[in-house]
Design a protein around this ligand. Structure first.
Ligand code: KG4
Ligand code: ZN
Length: 325
């Protein structure tokens, strides 16, 4: 089954053609990062305008690049939430118009499930159930027990900031670009570990929930207490911050898998691209089967939407609207 996936929930206009939820035939993404960087974060109004500027041409270009005809498409999948309402509307209206005109089946896709389905993309086999999943993105940080895509139990979630948001905010405090995750990771790699006594500790919070706002405030206080942050200290700080976030995420994920006696672990969402988080989990690879999306598919993309439209479509007709949370 060939599926056209459309993603426009945040700051990427991304489309892809995926066969049977796994094999990527073609993909195209227009990132808005350079635009939003000017403001240090996403401006929803600008995001929606950019999507509407590019959505039709990117779909036409995709079909041309894949060298297929419209008739070859079996289904159209589009994210209808959670995300920025005005941005979601652009993708949903494009998808509905296309489906009506081409007389194709259209399904809506949950953005979070799409991130999880990224674990099926260009992999030898699809993800086995059940699995314990850490979904850590710019908008969400949750641990689930996933018995099937329609039976997902939330075991814990963040009570304030998401992990991605914490990376973005701390990056901003350090004068780094948006999005902050990859910037902090890059800076942390330069650390020679000269300064180790930062006043940052792991949040004290119940079993599988998270809280990153206290850590964020501790970083801010530390920065304010310094007259000058030299490049070495900045790199050490980035490393110390990243270490706490990744150990917090990884440790709770492992504990959840042990508690629920689940052999399969899956990570998903933008933060799952983080090398330190992946290294942390690697140490448990004899005890668990650990799956992560290929790096390119951790952040928002149309291919994960097409995969979710195959494995876990949300509806069977076009009567759906958009939702933010
Ligand atoms: O999943 P995503 O693309 O968008 C949402 O659905 O929110 O995630 C974006 C988030 C941003 O906060 C970004 O800073 C973070 O993922 N991120 C990372 C890395 N790459 C992206 N965080 C830590 N390390 C990374 N390498
Ligand atoms: Zn996302």
């Amino acid at each position: 089954m060939l599926i056209l996936g459309i993603e426009s929930s945040c700051d990427e206009t991304s489309v892809a053609l995926v066969k049977d939820g796994k094999q990527i035939i073609e993909e195209l993404t227009i990132s808005q990062i350079d635009l939003h960087r000017l403001y240090g974060g996403i401006i929803p109004e600008l995001a929606a305008r950019e999507h509407s500027l590019h959505i039709d041409s990117i779909i036409f270009e995709l079909i041309e690049k894949a060298n297929i005809s419209w008739a070859d498409i079996d289904r159209i999948g589009v994210v209808n939430g959670p995300g920025l309402i005005s941005s979601l509307l652009v993708g949903v209206i494009a998808a509905k118009t296309l489906a009506a005109f081409l007389k194709k089946e259209i399904v809506s896709v949950n953005h979070l499930k799409a991130h999880i389905c990224a674990n099926n993309l260009n992999k030898e086999k699809e993800q086995d159930f059940p699995f314990i999943c850490l979904l850590a993105s710019g908008g969400h940080t949750q641990i689930y027990l996933v018995n099937s895509y329609s039976d997902m139990i939330i075991l814990g979630k963040t009570l304030d900031d998401s992990a991605g948001e914490a990376f973005d905010k701390v990056a901003r405090m350090l004068g780094l670009n948006y999005p902050g995750g990859p910037e902090i990771e890059k800076l942390a790699k330069q650390s020679q570990n000269n300064k180790k006594d930062f006043p940052f500790v792991r949040p004290k919070i119940n079993e599988f929930d998270f809280s990153f706002s206290g850590l964020k405030t501790a970083v801010l206080r530390f920065i304010k207490s310094q007259e000058y942050l030299d490049p070495e200290l900045k790199a050490d700080l980035a490393k110390a911050f990243q270490e706490i976030v990744c150990v917090e995420l990884g440790d709770k994920l492992i504990k959840a898998a042990r508690k629920y006696k689940c052999k399969n672990i899956v990570i998903a969402g933008g933060v799952s691209a983080n090398t330190r988080l992946r290294e942390f989990l690697q140490d448990f690879s004899e005890e668990f089967n650990i799956s992560a999306p290929l790096l390119k598919y951790c952040t928002d993309n149309g291919a994960m939407v097409a995969s979710a439209a195959y494995f876990c479509p949300e509806n069977s007709n076009s009567n759906f609207t958009v939702f933010s949370r």
